[in-house]
Design a protein around this ligand. Sequence first.
Ligand code: AHM
Ligand code: MG
Length: 286
Amino acid sequence: MQEIFEAIKKSAKKIHQAIIHEDFGYCEGENCSGEQQLKLDVLSDNIIEEELSKINSVKILASEEKSDPITINENGKYLIGYDPLDGSSLIDVDLSVGSIFGIYENSFNGKDLVASAYIVYGPRVELVIATIKVERYILKNDDFVFMEELKLNEKGKLNAPGGTQKEWYPHHKELVESFFKEGYRLRYSGGMVPDLHQILVKGGGIFSYPGTNDKPMGKLRRVFEVFPFANVYEKAGGFAINDKGERLLDLNIENIHQTTPCFFGSHYEIKRVKEYYSKGKQWKKQ
Ligand code: AHM
Ligand code: MG
């Protein structure tokens, strides 16, 4: 698997250069989720595909920017699902963005995820790899240098609530407010990579992207975004669940772009999510 991480590092350096130097306008078309693609989304996707397809152990690549997975080597062991440039609409306002990778065996179901990684393109470029533990690296000169192992505390102070507030279910609104009433601080940039990275590095808190009246299944995609971060949070000692209280990594997929409501956090906050959602209408309906 080491060669996959090396290819991820190479891609990250190239994408970083592209973010700095390339045009960040929109392409003509839309991606398969009906979202407008930036030229940088497509460029990042091409960079990653080129690097990962050189590796013999890679069987299938699935990108958030493509409608269908592509087969690289029939005899390969790993399936890789990736979001080449998450939060790319934040580039024109110069906020942090990221790339997310989930490495799977056999299928793209949550239980088959064996490792994950993400890159943060911020004032600095960082790489986080989650295997049996979670390791943080920083790009210095041309190398990713190990910084520290990341671990979540029992409880944090940050609250990152996603989704359109006017469409939140009442029990979700109560949940979010309960954290603020307790002194939690709002931290939401609109990029899940920097938002989840901040909570992880600061030691705890809660990131939620719920199902809402307009989007009952949420926005974030299982294979490219949710499963990889669920693995990061669990390996750091935290929890990652859906709106029924199930582990995200116990979920399967019916299609490669399938979304799910999701909650990532430390022990204290996830316990609170379960309490409020078990009272809420969404939970009772199941
Ligand atoms: P993208 O993959 O098209 O960039 O969308 C994913 C992003 C996440 O990074 C972020 O948490 C979410 O969309 C923000 O959505 P919203 O603007 O609805 O808060
Ligand atoms: Mg994304």
